[in-house]
Design a protein around this ligand. Structure first.
Ligand code: PMT
Length: 406
């Protein structure tokens, strides 16, 4: 395993040396890249001696390894390194480096590599408590988290600036363990074919109008991105117009009936199905062939749509896990449990969509992962992080290692 430790310019930069050792003790081959400011706190020579590799400090000074390597002196080093590494961990990640990453800036070796790599990225922030609490820093962290970057929680206590509070670099052993865990689960879904539904279906009323709902598709697309990043073969059946996540087979649908056909077509090859879509429960019984004119009151007759999850449960093989979602506004756990049992799914993710800023069309979500015997809280987070937690619980369900809480 090959991990690149990125060191940014903060007092805690010296602790990156301990992180390098902690990773090496776990059998990881470590390389280091430093920002210009980091060199003010610790010399590259320290890391070169610890790792046995030349340290990357500049886009413009190729390391000796690059100039003597197979790719020759003209290889684009940050791209070559970006493709070789299994993970990038930046510790300490300063407020400035976090801001540059959140905005996609690529003005030195480390930030350019962070943009160029598809390997998992972890950040271990360290800064003054006021910089840590600043809304800009917190917003930047949320942006990065929503793109799948893992934030190693900071500690709280006495800081080098003399103040006390949050923003202290996590213990190097804790950071190394987080990196290792991330590496271990990076490809934990390689043997799964996961089918995910996303978005809100639209049921036509006439050629210009439809019955719809407030689902954006963000939750389902986040699940697809996370599952693909963890090695699953992913089919995303989506009623959303969001861009196709990388590495997924995407089937675009509009109505509940189209979604049902797409899901049933792919069911034989599916090992896990996750129903994050908000599927219409009713469709207009007779869709008008031309635009309905406003000539007084209008009565529409609605008929129920097919229950896709129920059909999946009825038609699946014994090996296929079914995880449904439930968007609830009152007594979420009670209603979600009833829905889980009625649909016969293996688990259900309950969202309380009455909470402001969560659920429909937002970037954050929270909920409960519920099986007939286990209830696991999913704390408020970006949808990408919630997707990771849902997949963790689904893997635990597959391996029967879920801990009963209720
Ligand atoms: O898309 P976002 O803006 O990111 O919002 C995410 C979300 C809030 C839509 C999502 O997290 C969520 O909760 N999805 C389920 C919403 C819903 O409509 O739940 P439901 O209680 O109506 O349906 C329960 C389950 O049955 C769901 O898995 C649903 O996909 C499925 N269903 C529903 C109706 C139907 N005819 N067929 C189905 O398969």
């Amino acid at each position: 395993m090959n991990v690149l430790v990125g060191v940014a310019g903060g007092v805690a930069a010296y602790k990156a040396a301990e992180l390098v050792r902690a990773l090496q003790n776990r059998g990881v081959d470590v390389q280091v890249a430093m920002t210009r400011s980091a060199e003010e706190f610790i010399r590259p020579l320290t890391f070169a001696a610890l790792t046995g590799h030349q340290v990357f400090t500049s886009l413009w000074k190729p390391s000796a390894e690059a100039t003597s390597g197979e790719a020759g002196p003209f290889s684009i080093e940050h791209i070559a390194v970006a493709q070789q590494i299994d993970a990038l961990v930046i510790a300490p990640a300063t407020a400035n480096t976090i801001a540059r990453l959140a905005h996609g800036l690529a003005d030195d070796f480390l930030t350019t590599l962070a943009l160029a790599t598809t390997a998992p990225i972890l950040l271990a922030p360290a800064m003054n408590v006021n910089m840590w609490n600043h809304p800009a820093t917190q917003a930047n962290l949320r942006t990065l988290e929503s793109r799948g970057v893992q934030i190693v929680p900071t500690g709280s206590g006495y800081l080098a600036c003399g103040m006390t509070g949050g923003g202290r670099l996590a213990d190097p052993e804790v950071i190394a363990e987080a990196v290792l865990q991330r590496l271990l689960k990076t490809k934990d879904l390689t043997n799964e074919h996961i089918l995910i539904t996303a978005g809100g279906t639209r049921e036509p009323i006439d050629p210009v109008r439809f019955l719809g709902n407030r689902s954006s598709g963000k939750m389902g697309h986040a699940l697809a991105e996370e599952a693909a990043a963890r090695g699953a073969a992913v089919t995303l059946v989506t009623a959303s117009t969001l861009a196709a996540p990388a590495g997924c087979t995407v089937v675009r649908v509009e109505t509940a009936r189209q979604m049902m056909h797409a899901v049933l077509d792919h069911l034989p090859a599916t090992t896990i199905i996750i129903g994050a879509a908000a599927v219409a429960d009713f469709r207009v019984a007779e869709v008008a062939g031309s635009k309905i004119r406003r000539n007084g009151p209008l009565t529409l007759e609605l008929e129920p749509t097919e229950d896709i999850i129920a059909r999946v449960v009825a038609g699946r093989s014994a090996n296929t896990l079914v995880v449904a979602f439930a968007a609830e506004t009152d007594s979420p756990e009670q209603n979600g449990r009833a829905k889980l049992l009625r649909k016969g799914a293996d688990a259900i993710v309950i969202n309380d969509v009455s909470l402001p800023g969560l659920g429909f069309d937002s970037d954050s979500n929270a909920g409960i992962f519920l099986t007939p015997t286990v209830s696991v809280p999913l704390p408020e987070s970006s949808k990408r992080l919630m997707a990771a937690r849902i997949l963790d619980q689904t893997v635990a369900l597959r391996t029967c290692s879920l801990e009963p809480v209720l």
